[in-house]
Design a binder for this molecule. Structure first.
Ligand code: TRP
Length: 517
């Protein structure tokens, strides 16, 4: 007997939810970020820590976020406030970092892709794609402090990206996000397979895949004998959080729109597996193209490129030039894949914050989305300046390696210890679908937080010893640390507004009762 019917919109179908969740997970992280991470950290060697991070942190936390969102039918702030009123600020902090931290630069990277989509029509990058990207397109300044004015082509494409997000998020999730992902995702899979297949037919592609991508170099990941290998592990955990959209309350929000009877564990496993298999397959294209370049230019593999956030925008264009035929088509498809993958993730970042706000205040969704997209565009302008890529590199480093992982640790503590993992497990097991056993409790209470704390601590110690990426300390503090603190301040500010007490009451039937009905 539910005394209060929920007014919440639900996903239109099971597959619709899964596509939206996979849409959030698969994004620039799988192609742009995964490729430069795995390239930088030794190809196959990166896959091992990546897989370990998936099993130890990714999957248990995905189940946790889904279960919490489903149980409370609320986005992070309300869900956390119901666990303990004092935890509400954390529920605000995470989606604030997602929106004002990640989404601001994420939109700009999608905007680069929009520009490159057009550049690929007549291969505007010429025979020096690196110079074209850094000097002509970004016109990178010499320090993150020298903003040097907004780049108009980037800013206008950024406006377009925010406009698309606005159109998609404006409507309720089942009409907007779900429909967009139902179109984007199948198209994305098909295009990706075509690209990978095409790449692997190129000369030299299979060599690189076999000799670098699929061949782990154990010394690079053995952190006992090689202390510098810790960096690979830290990066792998950060990447898993980033790629699965974990730690910032997005999956909590998406699961809050699920109907009562749902296969939580099954959905979590599918989302994680589809996402990681996608990355793994996309890796073939990346290493394949590097191999092809090395072959075409007759240089050793390691000399083809420098890695870093520019990889997708330098190596791909360079390789495309060397293709025997279909250059523009290949380039167009590649950047279209990036745009679709990016947009379907970007909307999830906007949604997490939107839902958090509409849960608490009785404002209309349309107004909230409009305000967020306008503010978002204004905020993104920082990254469209000449210092954009430098600031982006710093913000991304801090938010993924510290923000997301910290979000994961705090979620484990809150759900595992304050709410009690057993309680959540009972909820999951009474919702239908695959059942969880006590091993999950062990993960959420002990194993996952312990591993994450170790990763976090190591990253922190490393940070103190050696400033990231050769930036100066004040640059790192201003853009990295302050960014995190600023979102904390915004988050805490939202907490001060009092709740309507009815909202703090749980609308979901507690698991034990659900069994009887
Ligand atoms: N998962 C997305 C990707 O791989 C990016 C993303 C979406 C994200 N939502 C997020 C990253 C939340 C961190 C937190 O590109």
């Amino acid at each position: 007997m539910a005394e209060k019917t929920t007014q919440r919109t639900l996903w239109g179908s099971k597959i619709g939810f899964l596509l939206a969740a996979v849409g959030s997970a698969i994004g620039l992280g799988n192609i742009w970020r995964f490729s430069y991470m795995s390239y930088q950290y030794g190809g196959g060697a990166f896959l091992v820590p990546y897989f370990v991070a998936l099993v130890l942190a990714g999957i248990p936390l995905m189940i946790l976020e889904y279960a919490l969102g489903h149980r409370e039918q609320a986005a992070a702030p309300l869900a956390f406030a119901r666990i303990r009123p004092g935890a509400e600020w954390l529920g605000w902090w995470l989606p604030t970092m997602a929106l004002f931290g990640i989404m601001l630069y994420y939109a700009v990277i999608i905007a680069w892709c929009v520009n490159y989509l057009f550049y690929s029509i007549n291969l505007s990058w010429g025979n020096d794609p690196g110079g074209f990207f850094f000097k002509h397109f970004l016109q990178v300044s010499d320090s993150p402090f020298h903003l040097g004015g907004i780049r108009i082509p980037i800013a206008s494409a950024t406006f377009f990206v925010w406009f698309l997000c606005w159109i998609i998020c404006y409507r309720e999730v089942n009409h907007g996000i779900e429909r967009a992902c139902t179109i984007f995702m199948p198209l994305l899979f098909v295009l990706t397979l075509v690209l990978v297949g095409w790449t692997l037919t190129l000369n030299g592609a299979m060599d690189a895949v076999r000799n670098v991508y699929l061949k782990p170099d154990w010394s690079k990941i053995n952190f006992i004998t090689h202390p510098e290998a810790r960096q690979v592990w830290i990066a792998a955990f950060g990447q898993i959080f980033f790629t699965l959209s974990l730690g910032f309350g997005i999956m909590i929000t998406y699961a809050s729109y699920l109907p009562r009877r749902t296969d939580i564990v099954g959905n979590a496993l599918w989302t994680a597996i589809i996402n990681c298999v996608y990355s793994f397959i996309a890796g073939f294209a990346v290493f394949g193209i590097v191999g092809f370049m090395a072959h075409a230019r007759g240089v050793p593999l390691g000399e083809v490129i420098k890695s870093g956030p520019g990889l997708a925008f330098v190596v791909y264009p360079a390789a495309i030039r060397e293709l025997p035929f279909g250059q523009s088509l290949f380039g167009f498809m590649f950047f279209l894949v990036l745009i679709m993958a990016g947009l379907s993730s970007g909307i999830s970042l906007v949604e997490a914050f939107t839902c958090a706000v509409t849960d608490k205040f009785n404002w209309s969704r349309k107004k909230v989305v409009t305000a967020i997209c306008m503010l978002g565009f204004l905020g993104s302008l920082v990254f469209t300046t000449r210092a954009g890529i430098l600031i982006l590199d710093i913000v991304d480093h801090y938010l993924t390696n510290y923000g997301l992982v910290l979000g994961g640790i705090l979620e484990c503590i809150l759900v595992g210890w304050v709410l009690k993992a057993r309680e959540v497990r009972r909820h999951v097991n009474s919702s239908g679908g695959m059942r969880l056993n006590f091993l999950w409790d062990v993960c959420v209470r002990y194993l996952t937080p312990a591993v994450l704390i170790a990763v976090w601590g190591n990253a922190f110690i490393r940070e103190l010893r050696q400033a990231y990426g050769g930036y100066s300390t004040d640059q790192l503090v201003l853009f990295g640390v302050d960014w995190i603190l600023l979102s904390l301040a915004i988050g805490v500010a939202f907490t001060f507004y009092p709740w309507d007490p009815r909202k703090l009451r749980r609308t979901h039937v507690p698991a034990e009762d659900a069994l009887l009905t």
